[in-house]
Ligand binder design. Structure first.
Ligand code: ATP
Ligand code: MG
Length: 546
């Protein structure tokens, strides 16, 4: 009793006066429970209580079908609307009458008595999909799945925000597959992703979850022959997973293909899809798909710009957020190293040796630096493979598969690999070049410590990167510890690293020359371009530097 009273009083102090104008029990209850949620360190339990008490958090976007949501969320229809719009009026802490208090307590007690739904079945997932989850080894739903599945199964639009590696793909795939089972239809759902590799991964997840119900998906991404994709689309798959640019190509050029009947639109990594890079494409796509559809936006970081969300024309969306702020995963140990820019390569080799035996993703800012660093590391005997946008798609997928199959222990990548990719065995993420957008940091380090595993990240901070690093610390709300290095040991490596750098530069030049001769096959991942090294050093750089 005392704690709830305290909670209500503190809400009374925090809520703006105009918000009291149309006081409703539900509003106070919702706020009280929200506050209780804070008190309980935002456990998912509290959020379930929050929803059971009839008080889901709803986003109100201008231009959305608002009435129902407002009436529902405030419980008072017109009154609730005015309350939200902020008309005058003042009800202070006095509003906490004995009757209200009793109602609050009763609702909380009732909610606490009911156990939290712990299984997919209890969340309303149909038997055949529950079995599919079991086959994937998913014993129980993750937090975001607990939040989003009931909402999705109810047929509502969702804005899903949860940390990296927390099972967001399942959270949007399951409701779609269940709806598809209920109303089988070809070209049922469209999933947009920012990168090609992620599109393939999502397709695999749909096919794994929907294998027993015969779900067919098609991946429509750039860098792959249009004709084979046209044939795949002609077969009318249930789910189309696409990057925006190539989808537009097909919408404009592939006869007989349209998306006029789709029932679901998903934007995975929605903040990225909705940013300026994809603006024209996304606008074109939104014009040719029905407005009467369900829309899901998912990401570990979401845009706060209402205009951007408004473009998607969400209807009465429910925001399913596992945390209130952008978070990196608890089991991720994050470090930084502060070093002079000119010794970055030496420190990288030192850290790779220190953490030998692990598998690494190393992020670089440009294709060129990714390629150069991969060559450098190979020259020093590491099994490194690059992945970047200047490689052809065949090589990109090949590189990723070699890394996934553990044939290579180091993947050097640009931000093309920063979002969504799920490679469970990644132990360490190194930000060799610091990300310029702080949110990218969250996605990059999220390539490790996924699905409850632990992992490490090390971010290189040079004299030029201090401000960017501070922004990252501010965004994640944490001060990172320094990764311990022994300068003397690092400097011992300098001579051999310098030699390897020189070879890498020559190899890069060799690759550049090959690109200028179109008849020659260019080995983008440069596994074959060891010629110079062998000529110059007789292959003596092969052994790993210790
Ligand atoms: N209920 C579950 N139980 C156990 N593992 C799960 C469950 N749901 C998903 N996973 C696994 O968790 C891993 C991460 O899932 P997923 O890729 O969907 O994460 P995400 O939240 O989309 O991450 P990101 O933000 O990086 O895209 C996958 O390997 C997936 O198979
Ligand atoms: Mg994802």
């Amino acid at each position: 009793m005392g704690s709830i009273y305290g909670t209500l009083c503190s809400i009374g102090r925090r809520v703006r006066p105009q918000m009291y104008s149309q006081f409703s029990l539900q509003y106070i209850l919702r706020s009280a429970l929200g506050r209780l949620e804070d008190v309980k360190s935002a456990t998912s339990n509290a959020r379930i209580i929050k929803r059971r008490a009839g008080s889901e958090e709803r986003l109100q976007l201008p231009g959305c079908h608002a009435g129902a949501a407002q009436a529902h969320s405030t419980g008072t229809g017109e009154g609730g609307r005015r309350s939200r719009e902020g008309e005058a009026g003042h009800v202070g802490r006095r509003v906490v009458s004995a009757g209200n208090m009793a109602a609050c307590e009763k609702a909380v007690a009732e909610a606490e008595e009911k156990p939290e739904p712990a299984t997919f079945r209890e969340l309303g997932v149909t038997e055949v999909l529950c079995e599919a989850c079991e086959q994937l080894g998913w014993k129980e739903p993750t937090k975001i799945q607990k939040e989003a599945l009931p909402v999705g199964l109810e047929g509502r639009d969702i804005i899903g925000l949860a940390e990296t590696g927390s099972g967001k793909t399942g959270a949007f795939a399951i409701p779609i597959l269940q709806a598809l089972l209920e109303n089988p239809q070809r070209l049922f759902a469209l999933v947009l992703t920012p990168t090609r590799e992620l599109a393939f991964q999502i397709s695999e997840q749909f096919e794994a979850l929907g294998s027993s119900i015969g779900v067919k998906s098609a991946v429509i991404v750039g860098g792959i022959d249009m004709m084979s994709q046209s044939l795949a689309l002609a077969k009318k798959p249930h789910i189309v997973i696409a990057t925006p640019g190539r989808l537009i190509d097909h919408l404009e050029n592939t006869k007989g293909f349209n998306l006029r009947a789709i029932k679901y639109l998903v934007m995975d990594e929605a903040d990225r899809i909705l940013n300026m890079d994809f603006e024209t494409e996304v606008d074109k796509i939104l014009k040719v798909i029905p407005r009467d559809r369900k829309t899901y936006l998912f990401s570990a970081t979401m845009t706060k710009k209402v205009q951007k969300l408004q473009r998607v024309a969400l209807k009465d969306p429910v925001k399913c957020a596992v945390s209130t702020k952008y978070q990196t995963v608890e089991k991720l140990q994050q470090y930084y190293v502060f070093i002079p820019s000119k010794f970055k390569d030496c420190y990288l080799v030192y850290i790779l040796n220190e953490l030998a035996g692990n598998s690494f993703i190393i992020f670089c800012s440009t294709c060129n630096n990714t390629q150069r660093t991969a060559l450098l590391l190979r020259n020093l005997g590491f099994t490194a493979i690059p992945l970047h946008g200047q490689m052809n798609q065949h090589k990109r997928l090949g590189a990723l598969n070699k890394f996934k199959a553990k044939n290579r222990s180091i993947l050097l990548a640009t931000d093309v690999a920063s979002r969504g990719l799920d490679i469970p065995h990644v132990d360490v993420v190194i930000n060799f070049d610091i990300p310029t957008h702080s949110k990218d940091y969250i996605h990059r380090v999220g390539r490790t410590a996924r699905a409850g595993r632990s992992g490490k990240s090390v971010t290189f901070v040079t004299q030029y990167d201090v401000e960017l690093f501070q922004r990252i610390e501010h965004l994640i709300g944490k001060k990172l510890p320094a990764f311990q290095t022994e300068e003397d040991e690092v400097m011992v490596l300098a001579e051999r690293v310098t030699e390897a750098q020189r070879f890498a530069r020559m190899q890069l030049r060799e690759l550049g020359d090959k690109r200028k001769r179109p008849h020659e096959e260019v080995e983008d991942d440069s596994e074959q371009s060891l010629g110079i090294r062998n000529k110059v050093s007789g292959g003596r750089m092969r052994r790993k530097v210790r």
